[in-house]
Structure formats: C-alpha cells, structure tokens
Design a protein around this ligand. Structure first.
Ligand code: DP6
Length: 354
C-alpha cells in the first residue's frame, strides 16, 4: 500500500529581509523579517509525498530527475523527521479502523517528487516554495498535528529560512526568536490575511533566469562574518522597520509600506557590498529598474510602486491594483518583451499578476 498526498505552496517575497543566521544548526535568523505570500501567482512548488513499507529508502525527485543523496541532507531530514514526529494515526472513515498507526509511519520510507513552476535558484525564492510545499505535503500525508502554534513553520525554517513564511497567506512575519534554547520561538506568524489588503499586486520582472552565483546560505554566512553594517542593521534598524511596516499594513498605507520596502531592499544590498569579498546580486538592469520606479513615483507625486530585490538581479515591484496597468505600460516601454503580450494577458486574466 502506498499512502500519498499532493499539495502546492506559493513563494513569498520579503519586504523586510532575512539575511544572516544566528544559529546555523537550527537555521535561525539574526533579525525578524516580513513578506507577502504570492498566493495567486504561478510561482509555486507542487509536491507529492508518498510513504510505504515497500519503499527501501527515502528518495527525492526535483523537476523529474532524482537528486541522489539529497534525502540524507540535513535540511531534508529536519523536515521529514520533524513532521513525522507529529504524525497521527490514520483511521478509515467508514470502518473507523486504524489503517496506519504512529509506529507504522516511523517504519515507512518516503518518496518525494517536487516541481517548480519557475526558474530555480534565480533569486525568486524557489527554496521558500519548495520547502513549504515539502512540509505541507508531509503534514497532509502523516496527518500531523502541531503541539504549539507555528510548529510547522519552525520545521519548514530548518529546510530554508524563508520557507517558514510561505506556510501562511497574506502578510507574514518571521519572529527571530532566541528566548527558548531550542529556538522553538523562531516561527512565522500571519500579520494580516490575504483578504485584508487584496489590492496589493506584485509584478515580477525577470531580469535573468540564470542560477545565482552566490547562494543565500553561503552569502549570508560571509556577510555575518565580515559586514559591520549587517550587525548594525540587525541590532538597530530592523525592529524599527518591522513596527513601521506592520502599522502600514494594518492601515493599508501604501506610501509607508512602499518606502520601507525599498529602503530595506537597498540596505540588504548595501550589506552585500559591505561583505568582504563583496557580493553583487543586482546588475545594471536591476539598477535601472530602481531608477525607473523612483522617477515614476516622483512624476506621480506619491509612491505608486516599490521595488525589492532578493539574492539575484530580478525585480519584484509591489503596487496597487489601480496602478498595475500604468506600471506595466511603463515597464514594457523601457523593457519590451518581444514574445509576450503581457498587457493583454493582464487585462484578460488578472490572476497572472498576483
Ligand atoms: C534574500 O531562505 O534562501 O531571499 O535559510 O539559508 O535557505 P536559507 O536562506 P534563504 O534566504 C533568503 C534570503 C532573501 C531574503 C528573504 O527572503 O527574507
């Protein structure tokens, strides 16, 4: 018998960035962060998790090809073993008989197959969607129950930090934690749900879909070791910005939300430059998008769009529904996409810009 569950999880894009680990074993951050879950977008991971006594070992397939040895990686083990520890017995809904006991789950191996619907490792937070989908699929498979709120996010965080924020929709904060010795307080929590400020849109500008040169994990470790600016940011800056952005979200104040989002992206990339040797994630096109957004906002006399960049050159532009067409027109004027009628697609299918 094979037990199986399939789920999908969206990516999330941070407005207040996570950069730097406080504890590399538990994979916990040096500061809080906050993101939007892009739950209407195509940027998702779809994951099937199966368990059976007939499987001889744990195996993982990514986009159709097997990742040999990946099932023994610490990140993968933390997710599988973490969720399995919270498994409940599986009951037949008709006969009320126990089909799988908690002990049976422990004896089974798992097969995991995951698909990304977007370029992997191009700085579009694919690991966030990937590990969130892995944890969500395992929760479904094992019928797992949390022993405290946020426990699943603490497990996903050990897969990839940013993944903990993708388990919830809407605006999600990841509280750094650290009061508890086992870091069980380093969890994600919803600040506002997806219905709260439904006018917010994200326009993803793919500047390059090449794999990034410096992985987030490696980059942030060098930054923690060498950047004094990063230490200052974690100690003095982020907590103030978390307050500002959480208030802006609650009040639906795009002016305040957009400004702090842009400033935090800029500071994150400044800490990358302050890292020794420096890390360059943004390129000339990224920087020209920054200038375009500022010129647009200056022309409008208000903040209508806010850019943010993760560990890669691609821009995510946050805006409001009422400005999307104007923003797309502007972006497509300066960066024409030859093969695609993005504007027409948007008018016909609003879901494509999440
Ligand atoms: C720039 O979550 O990919 O996107 O925990 O090592 O897997 P690991 O790092 P990861 O880092 C994401 C960094 C970021 C900012 C953010 O999403 O907050």
């Amino acid at each position: 018998i094979i037990h199986k569950a399939t789920v999908s999880a969206p990516t999330n894009i941070a407005c207040i960035k996570y950069w730097g680990k406080a504890d590399s074993h538990y994979n916990t951050p040096i500061n809080d962060s906050l993101s939007l879950t892009l739950d209407q977008s195509d940027l998702r991971a779809v994951t099937s998790a199966s368990a059976s006594l007939a499987f001889d070992k744990d195996r993982l397939w990514l986009n159709g090809s097997e990742e040999v040895g990946a099932a023994s990686s610490r990140r993968f083990r933390a997710c599988v073993d973490g969720v399995r520890a919270l498994a409940t017995e599986k009951i037949d809904p008709d006969t009320k008989e126990v089909i799988v006991s908690k002990d049976d789950w422990k004896k089974m191996h798992v097969y995991i197959a995951s698909y990304n619907t977007f370029p992997t490792a191009a700085g579009l937070a694919s690991s966030a969607a990937g590990y969130a989908a892995l944890v969500a699929a395992l929760v479904e498979l094992f019928g797992a129950k949390e022993s405290y709120p946020g426990e699943f996010t603490a497990i996903a965080r050990q897969g990839s930090g940013s993944a903990c924020r993708s388990l919830y929709g809407g605006f999600v904060a990841w509280r750094a934690g650290g009061e508890k010795s086992d870091w069980s307080d380093s969890i994600a929590e919803q600040v506002a749900d997806e219905a709260h400020w439904g006018e917010v849109r994200a326009v993803i500008c793919v500047v390059s879909d090449a794999k990034k040169e410096t992985s987030s994990t490696a980059g942030m470790s060098t930054s923690v070791a060498t950047s004094e600016l990063l230490a200052f940011r974690a100690k003095e800056v982020v907590s103030k910005r978390m307050k500002i952005i959480e208030e802006a979200i609650k009040a639906k104040d795009f002016e305040a939300f957009g400004k702090v989002t842009m400033m935090d992206s800029n500071q994150f990339h400044a800490t990358c430059l302050d890292t020794y040797p420096p890390i360059f994630y943004m390129n000339d096109v990224s920087r020209s998008i920054v200038q375009l957004v500022h010129r647009y906002n200056d022309w409008a006399g208000e903040i209508r769009a806010a850019y943010t960049f993760d560990a890669g050159p691609n821009a995510v532009l946050y805006t409001l529904d009422k400005h999307v067409i104007e923003l797309l027109a502007l972006v497509l004027k300066y960066y024409p996409c030859e093969s695609e009628d993005l504007m027409g697609d948007y008018v016909n299918n609003k879901d494509m810009v999440s």
